[in-house]
Write a protein that binds this ligand. Structure first.
Ligand code: NAP
Length: 318
């Protein structure tokens, strides 16, 4: 009897697809991450688990269970920094993710944050809602014009490239980037040697690297100090890629033009200091928040379950 645990409510067609594959599918009704006890139960009571962001499968969770029943963590989402994949492999558990399904939606949110931050959209909306708008005049709420400017992409992967394409083809922008390895790109872009060097050259820094130990606090006080005073920082990747304290300091002292954030270091906690500032746009992790995208992600996760059941391997291993 094959038992699958889906750790959050998912779109109905996704659950139906999973039900067609497994003897029993349990959909956890809660919307918050698994508790310590539930993480343990995921490994002991289920053959397959479809977890997601916030379900902290750390090394300690795997070490706590001697002979896990679970054989697959089919993660819902491309980011898997909440799963210690080394410890999972040691425990004999396969991990998969949902690359590609998230790319365009997340890139759209990235460009939206660039525009919102540069053109002061959230601040303007607050002004109107507060009934404090006194009417149009030529020097009211002047922001940074985005078309034709220069964007610096941190991590030229699937989402980084999708943002760069939008910037180049849609806004006539120059594209600079830093990336771990060499990339073959089908649009003009300049690879820069170091992140600090790039930060000093561009009008927008957009973060699109995965989270995790390798990228933690990659955007630190030094990188922020290198940015031009009018430049904007956008993060659609993971919160801990940015040193949030250093960012708050830069925003408070206006050493950068502004920031647009979809993700936070201690999500869902957003520091009061950030919430008090007008030069930062704050979104509640909306990157893939559209029904068709979440449905595509779910089907991709279920496809990994299907492949695993049929062949013992997944289509999207991590
Ligand atoms: P991807 O295709 O794997 O791209 C990541 C890129 O970052 C790769 O090009 C990689 O380089 C580069 N990279 C990794 N470590 C680096 C480092 N230390 N220095 C420089 N570059 C580095 O992943 P993706 O599909 O674009 O997704 C990126 C991340 O976005 C995900 O991991 C996830 O955390 C986040 N995300 C957020 C949302 C949201 O809702 N806000 C939605 C989807 C995804 P290589 O080519 O050398 O590997």
């Amino acid at each position: 009897m094959t038992r699958l645990w889906i750790t959050r409510p998912l779109p109905t067609p996704v659950v139906a697809a999973a039900q067609a594959l497994c003897d029993e599918v349990v959909v956890r009704p809660e919307t918050l991450p698994l508790s310590a006890e539930e993480l343990r139960r995921a490994l002991t009571d289920f053959d397959l688990v479809l977890p997601t962001l916030g379900d902290q499968f750390s090394a300690a969770v795997f070490a706590d269970v001697d002979a896990p029943r679970c054989r697959l963590l089919a993660n819902f989402g491309v980011g898997f920094n909440h799963i210690d994949t080394g410890a999972a492999a040691k425990a004999g558990i396969v991990v998969s993710n949902t690359p590609g399904a998230v790319t365009d939606a997340t890139a759209d949110i990235g460009v939206m944050l660039m525009l919102m931050s540069a053109r002061r959209a959230a601040e303007g909306e607050r002004l109107v809602r507060a009934d404090a708008w006194e009417g149009w005049h030529p020097t009211q709420m002047l922001g940074l014009h985005m078309s034709g400017k220069c964007v610096g992409i941190v991590g030229m992967g699937r989402i980084g490239q999708a943002i760069a394409r939008r910037c180049h083809f849609g806004f006539g922008m120059e594209v600079h980037y830093v990336n771990r390895s060499e990339k073959a790109l089908d649009f003009p872009a300049t690879r820069v040697g170091t992140l600090t060097e790039m930060a000093g050259q561009v009008d927008f820094v957009v973060v699109a690297v995965p989270g995790g130990a390798e990228t933690r606090h990659m955007i630190n006080a030094e990188v922020l100090a290198a940015m031009q005073a009018h430049a904007h920082l956008v993060n659609i990747a993971r919160g801990d890629v940015i040193d949030e304290e250093a960012l708050i300091h830069a925003l408070q002292s206006n050493t950068i033009g502004g920031a647009g954030l979809d993700v936070y270091e201690r999500e869902p906690l957003v520091p009061q200091e950030l919430r008090a500032l007008d030069n930062v746009t704050l979104l509640p992790h909306l990157g893939t928040a559209a029904l068709e995208v979440r449905t595509a992600m779910g089907h991709m996760a279920v496809d990994n379950v299907r492949a695993f059941l049929e062949t013992g391997q997944v289509s999207n291993p991590v």
